[in-house]
Design a protein around this ligand. Structure first.
Ligand code: FAD
Length: 309
């Protein structure tokens, strides 16, 4: 057997759990994404997750808006409850789909009146399904830059937007994604959150391209803890996020073994975040899927500690 180099083993100040993960890390910024629940039972589960994650004091928590505006009331109710019952700062997602400007403006105004000061502004997907041609609603906002202008006309909300390390499926070229990102920033966006991805290098390459365009706003990696592999794979295919072969192999044969899947998902997300942290990334947005456990664990490893309320 090859002799081990003990000097390398003891002096290597790498990252990872074996080097102690991260100590308390005040500079790290985190945020969490939740979806409005579809039933009373799911509402209870969502609130268990929110309460478990609240002491980590994220910069904000965002609440998604269902395709075609289908969750408008539920998104509003969830955001309002976060304002009323927690110390968290909610960001409401809003899309241009399925409503004219007047109806969307009413939603924007009602958020401001409810005490919400942050919107994640998105074009949204066509009601006919992802992959079909997007047509703006008659009388509606034409796209995300126009929606941001509309939001800013109503009140001085903080505006975050989406961006796509692996190119949005509708983008003619990677450059057209970057061009629209610039238009969104010109309209008032001050943060972009990425579509999820699995390979940290995909994010880092995209970040280089964004910075080369002179875009300075924070580009926050969207981190997906892969809880149920099948569902995530479906979402990734629809969203244009590549699913690497090595990831498929990792979950191969575990279709009926949720416990092992969860252990693997945890180590995967830990490795992904530690690599990004090592590359200097200091903000993470977690797609929690309304579950706290994996997100809580990775935040702990990254040095985010609960503070008492
Ligand atoms: P944009 O950045 O405006 O555009 C994306 C690409 O599409 C660009 O390359 C652009 O060139 C091209 N494009 C835009 N308009 C047109 C057009 N008219 N014709 C041809 N090409 C065009 N969806 C929801 O329904 N609810 C949510 O809560 C939600 N949250 C999200 C959160 C994040 C962080 C992300 C990344 C996505 C989210 N989505 C959500 C999905 C999002 O709505 C879709 O990806 C949508 O297709 C693009 O929205 P956008 O604002 O990011 O697009």
């Amino acid at each position: 057997m090859k002799e081990l180099d003990s000097r390398k083993l003891t002096t290597g100040k790498g990252i990872g759990l074996l080097s102690g993960g991260y100590g308390e890390d005040a500079k790290l910024k985190i945020s969490f994404e939740f979806s409005p629940p579809k039933s009373q039972e799911l509402e209870e589960k969502l609130w268990q997750a929110i309460k478990r994650l609240e002491p980590l004091q994220p910069g904000f928590v965002s609440v998604t808006y269902g395709a075609g505006g289908s969750t408008r009331e539920r998104t509003h109710a969830t955001v309002k409850r976060i304002v009323d019952e927690t110390s968290l700062k909610p960001a409401a997602h809003l899309t241009c789909v399925g409503a004219d400007k007047e109806a969307i403006d009413d939603v924007i105004r009602s958020y401001w009146e409810a005490g919400v000061r942050h919107i994640v502004a998105l074009r949204g997907d066509p009601p006919t399904g992802i992959g079909t041609k997007y047509e703006p609603h008659p009388g509606g906002y034409a796209g995300s830059p126009e929606l941001i202008e509309g939001i800013k006309r109503i009140a001085d909300f903080e505006v975050s937007v989406g961006c796509y390390p692996e190119q949005h499926p509708d983008a003619a070229t990677a450059q057209s994604d970057l061009d629209i990102l610039k238009r969104k920033i010109d309209a008032g966006a001050t943060r972009a959150i990425t579509q999820f991805f699995f390979d940290p290098d995909v994010f880092l390459r995209f970040l280089d391209q964004v910075r080369a365009e002179g875009i300075e706003i924070p580009i926050v990696p969207g981190i997906m803890p892969v809880n149920g592999f099948k569902g995530v794979r479906r979402m990734a295919e629809a969203a244009g996020a590549s699913v690497p072969d090595w990831l498929i192999k990792l979950f191969d044969g575990l279709e009926k073994d949720p416990e092992t899947r969860k252990l693997i998902a945890a180590s995967l997300v830990v490795e992904q975040c530690l690599r990004l942290r090592e590359a200097g990334i200091d903000q993470f947005h977690f797609y929690t899927m309304n579950k706290a456990d994996l997100t809580y664990a990775i935040c702990h490893i990254l040095g985010v500690r609960a503070t008492s309320q």
